[in-house]
Design a protein around this ligand. Structure first.
Ligand code: GLN
Length: 336
């Protein structure tokens, strides 16, 4: 990811987002700056995703006080895809606790693509982290519920609480992926062979494919991210969705693995825990402050939205969100 840092002034965190007008202005500039970029390609391994208008572009920022700034196609619904992994992980952590999920699923980057089989083999069947397909399938298998239908209901209700509205399923995307997801079925069977999935693996793939087909927009992503930034309280509904500790766990996993094999580079350039999905969404979270949601369907080779990455980089830099950025405090400066 080549980031254009030149010309973008680096602001440093003040503990809160700048004022309303400044954020509004910067969201507008992020949009204008990148709206005409056409680099990247729409995902087509799920046929229904290839039918999207590739020029759609939306940006949203939500803060923990419930203010939301949007521009462009921020209200356009698209399937959440891999971004669901972050929120289902949070729900499972909340239900089962920190240690169970860390042991069963792991928290380390694989260094391989999101649907890697080699990564599973190289790690003796350990799925490594919940943000790649292997770990996400292992996580979905742990969702509370006696039947696949009950597990799906648990996920749909829980992810909807993050968004603060009832999320619909995109039936076309779900059907399309179910006809073409032989690889995910293979991964689930492989995990079963290693004892990492102990219920019917094809049921797990079905529930996982449904969770990936939930419809969200960039505005929802910003609010869902702001909930993780706000100790688990949705800043619009005021509802406690998960515990503060679960937010911390989820954000640390996102930092390590949310952008797949590009997670290190992303952290180095942008400095925020984030998650992307192949329909073109990205959510990036600034703990204690808020979150950025973007939507733009053209992806790079790792499956991350090209314009979404750039707009997020711009906003992280100008809003002073990079969690690693600091400036020397005056108390260390030589006294006159
Ligand atoms: N449903 C998609 C899959 O499993 C999600 C992948 C993604 O968004 N990277 O292939």
């Amino acid at each position: 990811m080549e980031l254009e840092v030149d010309g973008i002034e680096q602001a440093v965190s003040t503990g809160a987002l700048p004022g309303w007008e400044r954020v509004d202005h910067l969201v507008g500039s992020a949009y204008e700056r990148y709206r005409s970029r056409t680099a990247g390609a729409v995902a087509d391994y799920i046929p229904a995703l290839a039918r999207v208008d590739p020029d759609l572009f939306g940006v949203a920022v939500a803060d923990v006080g419930g203010r939301v700034h949007t521009i462009g196609a921020a209200g356009h619904d698209f399937s959440i895809q891999s971004i669901s992994k972050a929120f289902v992980y949070a729900l499972v952590c909340d239900a089962l606790g920190h240690t169970v999920v860390a042991d069963r699923v792991g928290v380390d980057n694989t260094g391989f693509g999101f649907n890697s089989v080699i990564a599973i083999e190289l790690n003796n069947g350990h799925p490594m982290n919940p943000m790649v397909n292997a770990g996400a399938l292992a996580t979905t298998a742990l969702v509370p519920g006696e039947t696949p239908a009950a597990q799906w209901e648990y996920i749909r209700t829980g992810v909807s609480r993050f968004a603060g509205r009832f999320l619909e399923l995109d039936g076309d995307v779900y059907q399309s992926e179910m006809l073409t997801n032989q690889r995910n079925k293979a991964i689930a069977r492989l995990l079963e062979s290693y004892g990492r999935i102990t219920i019917d693996p094809l049921d797990v793939v079905d529930v996982y494919t449904r969770q990936c087909s939930l419809l969200v927009n960039a505005r929802d992503l910003a609010i869902m991210g702001a909930t993780l930034a706000d100790g688990g309280v949705n800043p619009i509904s005021g509802q406690q969705v998960v515990s503060p500790h679960v937010c911390q766990d989820t954000l640390s996993v996102l930092a390590a693995a949310g952008m797949y094999q590009r997670s290190g580079e992303w952290l180095y350039e942008i400095g925020l825990p984030a998650k992307s999905g192949v329909a073109g969404g990205i959510v990036a979270v600034a703990p204690g402050k808020g979150a950025i949601g973007t939507f733009s369907p053209r992806l790079d080779e790792a499956g991350n939205s090209v314009r979404g990455q750039r707009a997020t980089a711009y906003l992280s830099r100008t809003l002073g969100l990079n969690v690693f950025a600091s400036a020397a405090t005056t108390r260390h400066l030589p006294q006159p």
